[in-house]
Design a protein around this ligand. Sequence first.
Ligand code: NDP
Length: 445
Amino acid sequence: MSYVDKIISIIEKGDVGQSEFIQAAKEVLESLRIIVDKDSVYEKAGLLERLVEPERALIFRVPWTDDSGKVQVNRGFRVQFNSAIGPYKGGLRFHPSVNLSIIKFLGFEQIFKNSLTGLPMGGGKGGSDFDPKGKSDNEVMRFCQSFMTELYRHIGPDTDVPAGDIGVGGREIGFMYGQYKRITNSFTGVLTGKGLGWGGSLARTEATGYGLIYIIDEYLRTKGDGFKGKKIVVSGSGNVAIFAAQKAMELGAAVVSMSDSNGFIYHKNGINLDTIKDIKLINRERLSKYAEIHNDAVYTDVNKGRVWDIPCDIALPCATQNELLLEDAKKLAGSGCKIVGEGANMPTTLDATELLQSKGAAFFPGKAANAGGVATSGLEMCQNSARLSWSFEEVDVKLKNIMAGIFRSMDDAAREFGKEGNFVIGANIAGFKKVAKAMLDQGVI
Ligand code: NDP
């Protein structure tokens, strides 16, 4: 049995029920065959066994009181996966679907993503099955304070620096940061995605979506092409989706469709992003509202159709994991989609990815394509440590350079191993090499 097969069998036996983690780990391990099965140093050092096992996985109770005075209890998680190249870094997700498998999959992906950015950040992820939707600001605050009352002892600016993710935006980061500061009596860069007046970085909000467009733009340039005139479908209408759409439009593309968990809108002449921002970011309403405001737009309920039914040149899945399935990939490829860029983490299933690649689409995996968010979080950490603030333009230029660097690393790695144009393999290998070298250098820990 090959080394990679041995590790796959270990996680399949040892992590029963953790389907998302096994899916993510297998995808990475399959890509690494060409490197680890060739060199016995990895097996001798037990490197893959160590890589798939988190350094630490914390699960804790989060009790809080709702507005009616009733005590509620949620489950909190922080998985500190790998600190070989820097302090653990990765977001917190508040969503009812959160469980250990999802947090482990996200933490595992984060190891390679953070490595690809070129910044010194290890991999981690956390969150809770708490649903901020439908809760009052006071309820969200009490939950965040309780969550941080336990989490604070496990994190720190040189230990573990969480950020936002699904369900955790500026409001939640603010409540958690306030509680951390109160308990520890210290003002440090312990969370990223902070408000601009208290340690946050300009361009962090925009960074993941912008970064997604920058990396695709870098690829298009190599083909003598650009975004101008391209028709784009974006799933999701949250932080990543909105700013990806914004940058794509700035570069001359037409974004015709966006979605939320209830359905999607199709606006033939191009989405009005100001309306989307009002609905989703300010009023926290459902996307169906868009078609009430723009009556030439069509809203389709999630039970009646899929956002991927809309023909496009570029598809950007920016909502959640496993949202672009084999049937969707067939439709996209059939309607002429040539580029798929993952704004979300693991939105495309493995069979869908392979189908798209086999039809000649350029496929940008999330760990490279959405790394702009964590990269800018890394830049926020730099600014916090140096006690200074860079301008929007300074951060944006650094972000662009980082995304161009990621594109080159994954493109070069794919070529080096004879897999030109396969950015999935390229990103996994480029991310892995740096972490593996650090782990080997640091001995058996
Ligand atoms: P948000 O919470 O801001 O937005 C999530 C969006 O996805 C919402 O429109 C939400 O709809 C939609 N959505 C959630 N679940 C589903 C579902 N099951 N089906 C369809 N739509 C769904 O999250 P972000 O934009 O921050 O994150 C989106 C993705 O990007 C996640 O995978 C996240 O891990 C990843 N990511 C985020 C980064 C960041 O900087 N924010 C960085 C790197 C990756 P609704 O309003 O109905 O809930």
